[in-house]
Design a protein around this ligand. Sequence first.
Ligand SMILES: [Ca+2]
Ligand SMILES: [Ca+2]
Length: 100
Amino acid sequence: MNSTSDDLYSPGWDNQSGYGRLNAHSAVALAFEMACENNWVPGDVNNDMDINVLDLVLVANIIIGLAPEPEICQDWAADFNQNGDINVLDIIQIINIIVG
Ligand SMILES: [Ca+2]
Ligand SMILES: [Ca+2]
């Protein structure tokens, strides 16, 4: 939990806030991320055990906002380089996987 707390004062532990307020959102996001890692593969956005052009289309749709409310793990898989952002860099890296 410490890694998902917001530090309120000095970095790390301090007298005023301990490790900071529990950041419930980060903790929940981390829990989902761990669940996704167990069941999904980055780049396999439709989770069909294959990374192909269908996944590219899904990532593109997520980027331009056409995907209807992607699930959390779908978002996670679409962020191929796991930098917290889904963009053209993820598409390029998924293309690299497809063309080998
Ligand atoms: Ca797929
Ligand atoms: Ca990314």
